[in-house]
Ligand binder design. Sequence first.
Ligand code: BGC
Length: 747
Amino acid sequence: MHCITGFPKSFLLSFVLCLLIGTAIAQETSFGRISQSDSMKIEALLKQMTVDEKSGQLSMFASDWGVTGPTQNSAYKKFIRDGKAGAILNANTVDSVKSLQRVAVEESRLKIPLLFGFDVIHGYRTVFPIPLGQAASWDLDAIEKAEQVAAMEASAEGINWTFAPMVDIARDPRWGRVSEGAGEDTWLGCQIAKARVRGFQGKGFADGRHILACAKHFAAYGAPVAGRDYNVVDISPLSLYEYYLPTYEACVNAGVATVMTSFNEINGIPSTSNHWLLTDILRRDWGFTGFVVTDYTAINELLSHGVAADLKSAAELALNAGVDMDMMGGAFLEHIPGLLKDNKVSLSAIDESVRRILRLKIQLGLFDDPYRYCNKQREQTEIMTKESLDFARKLVSESCVLLKNNNHTLPVPSTVKTLAVIGPLANAREEMQGNWSAAGEAKKCVTLLDGIRNKCGGSVRVVYRKGCNINDNELSGIDSAVQLARQADYVILALGESGEMTGEAASKSNLDLPGVQNQLAEAVIKAGKPAAVVLFNGRPLTISGLNEIAPAILEAWFGGTQAGNGIADVLFGDVNPSGKITMSFPRNTGQIPVFYNSKNTGRPVRPDEPDEKYVSRYLDCPNTPLYPFGYGLSYTNFRYSGITTVVSGNTITVTSDVTNTGDRDGEEIVQLYIQDKVGSITRPLKELKGFKKLLIRKGKTIKVSFTLTSRDLSFYHPDLKKYWEPGEFNAFVGGNSEEVISASFKL
Ligand code: BGC
């Protein structure tokens, strides 16, 4: 039986010893060991620091440019000089970081180096597919490697802290930030979260090529009411524990150095002033030893939330809840001294927050060499290397998901002589990176048109028309696009959203293709040529209409620097697609949220009676999504057969044959789901518990086995304890969450 953990023993021991002999002892933290001499260094600094300097250490301000919200303090250089900033947001490149660090370590009284934080979300200079796209690869090694490359590039340009991974589980694609996460499933989300933390932080910071990660946005930011960004989250404790908290906990277990509070409230308490979240759960239950930073001006926003009457009380609430660093708000800097005087906050709480931040600065090596991440030579040699670009291209093709492929429309046949590339996303260089593209430069991105031309060389005549814009009502370009399609013997239609339509503050109530793109698609497809649609988007869109008329659809997300090349590899069959969506594609927005791990209800629809009246269904639409979680096709086919379950003691082995029945080799993401048939509380119809990504040669059969233990069957109960219940279970194996074969077992 799982029991919620208390502080890790090593931490408790250190804590008790600290009380007994002072704080200057060696400490184990989740991200490494702090030696006794380093602890002594921190204690010595704490003794010298004024309360203003301590408040400054707990404050982050933005550099002049690239900010994601209102800049509250442009006087950051003076702050640094006065010891009133612990970290700087959005400064990058060796020269600019060095110039700011120099002020900190040469001109400030105590010479404490700064942290430099940046949103390195899906690559730094080499931009990789958006996280939702990477997740569709189900390739944990590749996802980890993408973060390693991102950390290598960022650390070559002065950055030592990223605000990633975003591990917010999300079931509502109206929320624009689904593009930054791993999708709807908690179990998969945890595996991806750990891979990302490992990628950014490596085994530590000794090589200077890894950076601090930040698990965000704690907590449940991905569940805003109605999918509207920043909206309240109204969630049962059970759902919170079962579905939304585990990904953050996975990051903590993987040693994440920092955690960011979310903008939303839970149970009427904004995360940034939520003691239960930040202290009881994060530190006491999970043993987090790093520091907590707020989201951008989140302390100030406690006023708008209506839980603080003024900024001083907001700062008090945040510090006492467990916030260590104030991002951009200036509230800690301005008010901690007064709050201390008024006995509203304790000196020991302030000192502990400072300690947490200084510890990480020491571990990054900044006290030994504050310019450690400012290396001109690395800046020139480690950015956008051939190896990184080749890897990015591979990740693009791995992230692509083939949603539909009637009559083998794809790959593009080698007999094609004239290929028409049509659509507003075909040559849209500035859109390829999607949102949060860090230091990526749009001009360096390969568009779909470039990628196709690179691939075809001179052997195919490639002609192009935009047809229409991404998002307006202008129809005048459609006719000439149709003419072009008529002259060609194959058409590729590039449709979708603009990069800025997803990400922060990009919620939408209508998820259809924007503008007149559906009209363009309809007219072009009517021309009757073989046609494949390539979709560029950061969220599941509602594409039911398009799905009816398009012979083939390839979901390509926003692929980043190498988008066009990676997609062309798939379109022309050099890469056999293997991606699977990690978020269900709804049939229409009224169905949202639609997700695979739903429950049966007391009145489920009976498959043989789909029109029955008094059951849990819509009158005008099936309950199932257009494309379910885990779905994605290949240029070959896979057949699942012969599922067996064997129980031995506490262990269950589920085995199934998977046969490649087509005529080319292909990779398949074999998924294992479980259903607990009868529980003391209701359980989902299916829950992902494992997957394997396997290359299966044409005509070959592979026996795939998954091993689970009873622990994997545990779930949270109303008392918020996690344990499993004996009984009967179904095991399902398949290539997506709907098309599965099953067998049952008892445990
Ligand atoms: C976002 C965070 C981001 C921060 C700093 C905020 O608006 O919510 O995800 O890390 O800005 O750029």
